[in-house]
Write a protein that binds this ligand. Sequence first.
Ligand code: PLP
Length: 395
Amino acid sequence: MINQHMYELGSAPSAIRELFAYGLERKAQIGADKVFDFSLGNPSIPAPKAVADALIDLVSTVPADKLHGYTPAQGTPAVRTAIADSLNRRFRTEYTAANLYMTCGAAASLNICFNAISNPGDEFIVVAPYFPEYRVWIENAKCTCVEVLAREDNFQLDLAAIEAAITPATKGMVINTPNNPVGSVYPASDLAALGSILRKKELEYGHAIYLIADEPYREIVYDGLDVPWVPGFYENTLVCYSYSKSLSLPGERIGYVLVPQTADDWQRVYAAVAGAGRALGFVCAPAIFQSVIERCVDEPSDVAAYKENRDALYGGLTELGYECVAPQGAFYLWVRSLEPDATAFAERAKAHELLIVPSDSFGAKGWVRLGYCVSHDTIVNSLPAFAELKAEYDA
Ligand code: PLP
């Protein structure tokens, strides 16, 4: 007998993947330029040239047995040191290699954290709308995923609702800023207030409550906005990072977990992170890409094209009368569905060759997500289709 739960996970339909597959089929039928596919979060900006330069240099200068060999389970010390030094320069911190565990992207980082700090039956709070895999990973760690809705007016943290959701079983909370799917960036004042709430609850319940900062979009922000460094606001923070979005390397599976020394008993927590990595098989992250990161750690993200897309899509849809949340970061636009049933709305959009993801996939009702990590032409050429869709509802 196979594992029924895993069977269900593996065979369950995913709205996003189905839409993407439909898009591929449709593009083959009528031409790629006639289908406006906003379904995925696959970066449209190529990885910086420095990545290719590093790869070429590594392949030509490092002997193959070293280049492709196992690294230590937690990652090469020199790579972890380079990342720690970079974080220290940016956030005035004092991290070393000992605080960092290299992983296969944020997916692995989050899985490791959920398993490292919890026991079966513990609860993790997520802020809805949220990246749908959080629930899968939390439940796989035999814990409960507790959804707390973001504020309805601006999709920022609802601090009162978060406080009310914390119970003696709460082991942690996930925040994702800049946010997928909403595009919000949480301000320092809210992070400070959240830190105070969590500290108060730790005292009340007599155990640590971890804040897991899921940060794959940290560098993708607009208008000079500052993304506050979450561990600066709360001691028991674990940072899950990935280079999938910032360096456009989603297929290479490279990221890290940071356990700051401000966390209670941080060396024990780090050991549990290493243990969870071992138990889950997330050891020895891709060796070549560890070395690439060592060389490209301070490479800036190219956000100019995403900003141009954001402005065109947000501006264009707002002008057409759509209600949109102004994105501060990441590359997603959150748009109010023109009917209460977002799935029905997304289905009607398909008839106009617009592929958009209903908010139900993200634990929220009545909205859709548009990934604007697409070509600028896709955005410009999609606006007449959005106008037709709106006109259909207005008629
Ligand atoms: N967290 C969020 C909010 C994401 O949007 C994604 C990917 O889209 C991930 C985690 C997983 O990223 P990775 O490719 O690094 O596994």
